[in-house]
Design a protein around this ligand. Structure first.
Ligand code: ADP
Ligand code: MG
Length: 937
């Protein structure tokens, strides 16, 4: 049995990989024999037994991981490393159980090559198995084995239809064995998703998985999150997802309707505030402080009850930035205004800093002050590339019919090996040599001729095209020949399409489809078709990537079927024209116009030139994806830090410690600034330090603790004072609670733990302020990073490496943001707990903690989700459109020849949440009009 498998092993490294696995296969088969005799319930009981055997290992691995020193985020990967050998041990039995269950439940017993493919997936590699080999079934074995760990397994498909199909098809196998299966679909709400992710095994698309990850990291309450760990993912059609779609990152962008007006409004308010009574400023540290009077005035002007509630905290910050814009930034000094835009002036060189923006909302405040348009179109609130999303999993694996051509990329970017798994039956498909025509007209004429001829024989034909227009063109030509019994597909409705493609193998069927249409659907031959020669595939143009051509070819000849494929090309085709090189051009010239259109040239040279061109384009595209990744890597580190903080806050981990650390950092930073160690104590600016404390903490500290040579005692004393003050405020809240209880309820409330209540109140405040601040600053930072990326590209002309600049400046900006987060969090907390401020507004406020009026779940619907367009087969077009494309910017990058600005754009798909009109009732359920409620600024 095995010699047959081995005879068909090809590529050398794959051959070795496969040979190594053969003993495992034998073991699987041995255990399978034992399973055959089991009753259904006995077979099912194997799951429990395997889990039981695995349990001690899991516990031991968890302990081991916990005992090792490493970053929190590295632990899952370490765990999976440790658990892997234990799973290897169970593999033969687990796979055998699935083999037998599959046979009983879906009537398919995995072939030897399928078992081998399953092992490859379990090992975390890519199994290249040609179309029709049954990869859907292959995945069930590693999925089952890895699901025993209990951390979830994701099976990633390219569209919703396939996710559903595969879940319905394979799900019963797992369920038979006692595991749970979930499904994620685009139109599902939070709760359904939670159920889907809680299952042992979850089927879904790359977009849904990726967007759910981002959305979970925008959640303002823990119960809004849907995903669990990202433990193990098997990506089906992995080349389509990690190569074709990887050029466009996932982006969630925010509501622009909320963004710009408010800056002008706030600016109006600030124009009417006066320095002194309404706010205080401190020039040196650029500090500003709204007084109680100023605050009330601002509230009145803005028409809000209370600025210190969590919905308006952002507005307080905007007010402060506007005050800064008016007090510390002068036109033609710090900045200039040209063409209705605000440009920063470099304070050292006096030159305009092209493409730089002040961060943290300051730039917008200046724009409002200057009454120029606010550059704030669509705010990215979260973004990630597929590359970085999938790297979050502790283990990933993939399967596809075509991966080997991109083997280098998979290895370099994803650390994934490609293993070619031999086919179950010998492949007898014939790939005929290309026919090359001088003109497109000649080519299509011959294609139609061939369709008509094949139709006469009853052989089914599948014609692959590069676009819907081309498909329709062929359809028209067929109509002219009075041929009407054909199907034209356009990759818009996955499900309908799948049914049609599935029938493309029937006797006499003629199907015209774009190359990508119906991917993942199996084409079975109809009765008697095999004898006629099987399915005939006609390719009408080369794709820029050989992989896509191979996909088309792979649609026939499955499981030992007969079949033929042939590509019809012309010198007018895009690939030939753009990338064919000089020889092709010369040939075209030489042919002139009088060459017979209809006759194929039989020019091997052209075929070869095209293949060379394809390789060049593949490399070029790899280059672009690599760039995207390099840039996103900078962001990835930052994203992990921020998401890490968010997670801790949401899960309420060590929040108090974090606040205390923030205070320490602020004090230390201020001390370093006002009293640097390298200056003599008499030069220390203690007054400045005191003023700083006043602005941030709202009280005047005692600065008398000093020693002659070191700052440490002073810093320590300051930290203690700040901390003591913070705790004093908590105890004041306790006192207030006590007295308000006495007033409103009566009695002394002896059975009430007021201290605990007060603690809870401050704690709620801490969580709210932390989350809000982190989100606001992070989103702003994303915007600045976007801007920075554009601006470093311009600098590339100045011999500077844009990536290096992006890294350095991005890092600095991130550091600044972190400092700014700390200051804002602590300052806001001290404001919110300020006894005077609190008393002054006790009437309307209960400590400023109000549950947000907006339903946070509903909020998510306001965002726009942007991802790569799966409908688009053709990716020639994207060089100049991806906002990450850096075509021609690098001296060592690929040639610019491919850059064609007049090409149609690769359009991202946008899913936009329902738009609410200003006069409609607010979706939050308040009963007010939208514009008066959540829609108001
Ligand atoms: P792929 O994803 O590799 O292109 P599919 O998973 O769509 O292939 O399966 C192709 C066809 O092969 C399906 O019709 C499936 O029923 C059939 N098939 C797969 N494995 C087996 C098996 N072990 N025995 C019988 N039929 C199988
Ligand atoms: Mg498939």
């Amino acid at each position: 049995m095995l010699s047959g498998v081995l005879r068909r092993v090809f590529g050398t490294s794959s051959e070795r990989a496969i040979r190594r696995l053969v003993p495992l296969l034998e073991e699987v088969r041995k255990h399978e024999k034992a399973c055959v005799g089991m009753r259904n319930d006995e077979l099912r009981a194997q799951t429990g037994k395997l889990k039981q055997r695995l349990d001690p290992a899991i516990r031991q691995c968890i302990e081991q991981v916990a005992s090792e020193a490493m970053a929190e985020e590295d632990r899952p990967r370490r765990f999976r490393e440790l658990i892997q050998p234990h799973l290897d041990e169970l593999l033969p039995e687990a796979f055998a159980v699935v083999c037998e269950a599959a046979k009983r439940v879906v009537g398919m017993r995995p072939f030897d090559v399928q078992v081998l493919g399953g092992v490859v997936l379990h090992e975390g590699a890519i199994a290249e198995m040609v179309t029709g080999e049954g990869k859907t079934l292959v995945a069930t074995m590693p999925i089952y084995l890895n699901a025993l760990v209990g951390r979830g397994v994701h099976l990633v498909t390219v569209n919703d239809y396939l996710a559903r199909r595969d879940r319905e098809w394979m799900g019963p196998i797992y369920e038979f064995l006692g595991l749970t299966v979930g499904l994620i679909q685009h139109d599902m709400g939070t709760w359904e998703r939670q159920v889907g992710y809680r299952a042992d095994i979850t089927y879904g698309t790359n977009n849904e998985f990726g967007f759910d990850y981002l959305r979970d990291n925008m959640a303002v309450r823990p119960e809004m999150r849907v995903q669990r760990d990202l433990y193990y993912a098997i990506v089906d059609e992995i080349d389509s997802i990690l190569i074709d779609e990887a050029r466009t990152p996932l982006i969630i962008s925010g509501r622009p309707e909320k963004s710009t007006d408010v800056y002008y409004k706030v600016d109006e308010v600030v124009r009417r505030l006066r320095k002194g009574p309404h706010y205080e400023v401190e020039e040196k540290g650029h500090h500003v402080l709204l007084t109680e009077e100023g605050m009330q005035w601002a509230e009145q002007l803005l028409g809000v009850d209370n600025l210190y509630t969590d919905e308006h905290i952002g507005t307080v910050h905007m007010l402060e930035q506007a005050i800064r814009a008016h007090n510390f930034y002068k036109r033609d000094d710090e900045y200039v205004v040209t063409d209705n835009q605000v440009f920063i002036v470099d304070e050292f060189t006096g030159r305009i800093l092209e493409g730089r923006r002040y961060s943290d909302g300051l730039h917008q405040a200046i724009e409002a002050k200057e009454r120029v348009p606010i550059q704030f179109e669509s705010q990215t609130v979260a973004t990630i590339t597929y590359q970085n999303y999938f790297r979050l999993y502790a283990k990933i694996a993939g399967m596809t019919g075509t991966a080997i051509t991109e083997g280098a990329e998979f290895a370099e970017i994803y650390n994934l090996d490609v293993v070619q798994v031999p086919t179950n039956l010998p492949l007898i498909r014939e790939d005929e040599t290309d026919l090359v025509f001088a003109t497109e007209k000649g080519k299509f004429g011959r294609v139609v001729e061939e369709i008509v001829r094949l139709r006469g024989t009853g052989r089914p034909v599948l014609v692959g095209t590069v676009s819907i227009e081309k498909s329709e063109g062929i359809a028209e030509m067929l109509w002219e020949r009075a041929v009407t019994d054909f199907e034209v597909l356009n990759a818009k409705h996955h499900e309908r399409e799948a049914t049609i493609v599935a029938n493309a193998g029937k006797r006499g069927a003629i199907t015209i489809a774009t190359n990508m249409a119906g991917r993942g659907t199996d084409i079975k031959l109809g009765e008697g078709v095999r004898e006629l020669g099987g399915l005939a595939i006609i390719g009408t143009e080369r794709h820029e990537s050989r992989r896509i051509d191979n996909q088309l070819r792979g649609r026939c000849g499955r499981q030992g079927d007969s079949g033929t494929t042939r590509f019809y090309l012309s010198l007018e085709d895009e690939v030939a024209r753009l990338f064919g090189g000089d020889k092709v051009k010369k040939l075209v010239n030489w042919l002139g116009s009088d060459y017979m259109d209809e006759e194929p040239l039989n020019q091997r040279m052209v075929s070869r030139a095209i293949e060379r061109a394809q390789r060049a384009v593949e490399e070029y595209n790899f280059e672009i994806r690599k760039h995207l990744k390099e840039y996103d890597d900078v962001m990835d580190k930052q994203r992990r830090i921020i998401y890490g903080i968010r997670r801790d806050v949401l899960e309420d981990k060590d929040v108090r410690d974090r606040i205390r650390r923030m205070m320490e950092n602020i004090v230390q930073d201020a001390a370093d600034r006002y009293a640097p160690e390298d200056r003599l104590p008499e030069d220390w600016d203690l007054e400045g330090l005191g003023a700083h404390s006043h602005y941030v903490f709202g009280f005047e500290p005692d600065l008398s603790v000093r020693s002659s040579d070191s700052l440490t005692p002073l810093v320590e004393s300051l930290v203690e004072q700040v901390w003591a003050e913070y705790q004093r405020r908590e105890s004041l809240i306790e006192t207030d609670l006590r007295s308000s209880y006495r007033e409103q309820v009566g009695g002394d409330g002896a059975d009430i733990d007021f201290a605990k209540l007060a603690r809870k109140r401050t704690h709620d405040l801490e969580l709210m302020v932390l989350l809000r601040t982190v989100d606001e600053k992070w989103i702003d930072h994303l915007y600045s990073m976007d801007y920075l990326r554009d601006s470093v590209r311009l600098r590339a002309y100045g011999q500077r490496d844009p990536l290096v600049e992006y890294k350095t400046e991005g890092f600095e900006m991130f550091e600044d943001m972190m400092v700014s987060i700390e200051e804002t969090v602590v300052q806001t907390l001290f404001r919110l707990t300020d006894p005077e401020l609190r008393r002054a507004r006790q009437a309307q406020v209960r400590l400023g903690v109000k549950r947000p009026r907006e339903d946070p779940f509903a909020q998510l619907a306001h965002y726009t989700y942007v991802a790569a367009d799966k409908q688009q087969d053709r990716s020639f077009v994207s060089y100049d459109t991806s906002r990450f494309a850096l075509a021609g910017q690098r001296s060592d990058g690929p040639a610019r020849g491919a850059h064609q600005p007049d090409r149609p754009r690769r359009v991202p798909i946008r899913h936009t949440g329902p738009k609410v009109g200003p006069n409609e009732p607010c979706p939050c359920g308040s009963g007010k009009k939208y514009k008066k409620c959540c829609g108001s600024v």
